[in-house]
Design a protein around this ligand. Structure first.
Ligand SMILES: [Zn+2]
Ligand SMILES: [Zn+2]
Length: 260
C-alpha cells in the first residue's frame, strides 16, 4: 500500500483512504464512509479526488460514524461495497444492484485490484464488526478503531505492519470525570466500547517492530481526550517524541503518509 490518509476521524465521522499504484493501475479503497455525500465529496476534493475515483468501500460496522453515505455512494457511482453479513442485516438488509454488495468475513482475504484486505473480528457493540489490515505486497497498514478491549485475535492480526492506525478514544481519568451519564461511561469504557489511550498503547507495545514507520492515533473523543494525551501514550511505547505520532482529527483527518 503506497500511501494512506484520513478524511476525518472521531464520533462525528470516519473515513480512511488507501491507495496503491502498480504500473499504470491505481487502486483506491475507502475504509468507512461516515459522512453525508456532500461532506464526503468536499473532503475527497481536499486530496484531489471524488467518489467516482474510488474502487471499493469497506465498512467496518453499522454505526452512523462509519456507514454514513456508503450505500448512496455505492448505488450512485457503482462502487463495490464490502461489509460483514451481520452489518448488512443490522442496516435492514438493503438491496443493491448485482455485483455491488460483497460480504466480508473474519479471516477471509479479499483482493481488490492490487490490494489484499485481511478483515478480523473485534469486540464492539455492533452486530458483526470487522477491522482490517491492507497489504499491497510491499507495505501493510493495520487499522483498529471501535474496539472495547484487546483480544489475542486482534493482536495477532496487527503484527508486521508498516503503519498502524489505532483508536485512542479516551483518557480513562477524563472519561471518569466527564459529564456523561453513568450508563454512557460504562458503555464507552466497557468491553464492547472504545479503546482508551492506555489500551492503544498496549496494542502498540504488542505489535511494534523495527519496520513500523507510521503510528496514527484515531477516533479521539472530543469530550474525553486530548491529542497530547493520546500522542504521549503512544510515543512512550515508541520511545520517541510525541509529535512523531500522527493525530487523525475530526475536522480534517491527516494528510497522505507514504509507505513506499
Ligand atoms: Zn466509531
Ligand atoms: Zn462503533
Amino acid at each position: 500500500m503506497r500511501r494512506f490518509c484520513s478524511l476525518g476521524s472521531g464520533s462525528t465521522g470516519n473515513a480512511t483512504l488507501v491507495e496503491t499504484v502498480d504500473g499504470a493501475r491505481t487502486t483506491r479503497l475507502l475504509i468507512d464512509c461516515g459522512f453525508t455525500q456532500r461532506e464526503l465529496e468536499a473532503r475527497l476534493a481536499r486530496v484531489g479526488l471524488d467518489t467516482s475515483r474510488l474502487d471499493a468501500l469497506f465498512i467496518t460496522h453499522e454505526h452512523g460514524d462509519h456507514i454514513g453515505c456508503a450505500l448512496g455512494v455505492a448505488r450512485r457511482h457503482r462502487v463495490p461495497l464490502w461489509m460483514s453479513r451481520g452489518t448488512w442485516r443490522a442496516l435492514g438488509a438493503p438491496e443493491l444492484d448485482d455485483g455491488l454488495l460483497h460480504f466480508a468475513r473474519d479471516g477471509e482475504a479479499i483482493d481488490i485490484g492490487t490490494l489484499r484486505l485481511a478483515p478480523y473480528t473485534v469486540p464492539h457493540d455492533a452486530a458483526e464488526p470487522l477491522q482490517l489490515c491492507v497489504d499491497d505486497g510491499r507495505a501493510r497498514l493495520g487499522v483498529l478503531t471501535d474496539a472495547g478491549s484487546l483480544t489475542t485475535h486482534l493482536l495477532a492480526a496487527l503484527q508486521r505492519c508498516d503503519a498502524l492506525l489505532l483508536e485512542c478514544n479516551h483518557d480513562r481519568a477524563m472519561l471518569a470525570a466527564s459529564s456523561y451519564p453513568a450508563s454512557l461511561k460504562a458503555r464507552v469504557g466497557g468491553r464492547l466500547g472504545h479503546l482508551a489511550n492506555d489500551s492503544a498503547a498496549e496494542v502498540l507495545a504488542a505489535c511494534r517492530h523495527d519496520g513500523l514507520r507510521h503510528v496514527v492515533a484515531a477516533h479521539l473523543s472530543q469530550q474525553n481526550n486530548q491529542p497530547a494525551l493520546a500522542a504521549a501514550a503512544l510515543a512512550t511505547v515508541l520511545g520517541t517524541a510525541a509529535d512523531d505520532v500522527v493525530i487523525a482529527n475530526a475536522r480534517s483527518g491527516f494528510g497522505w503518509l507514504d509507505l513506499h
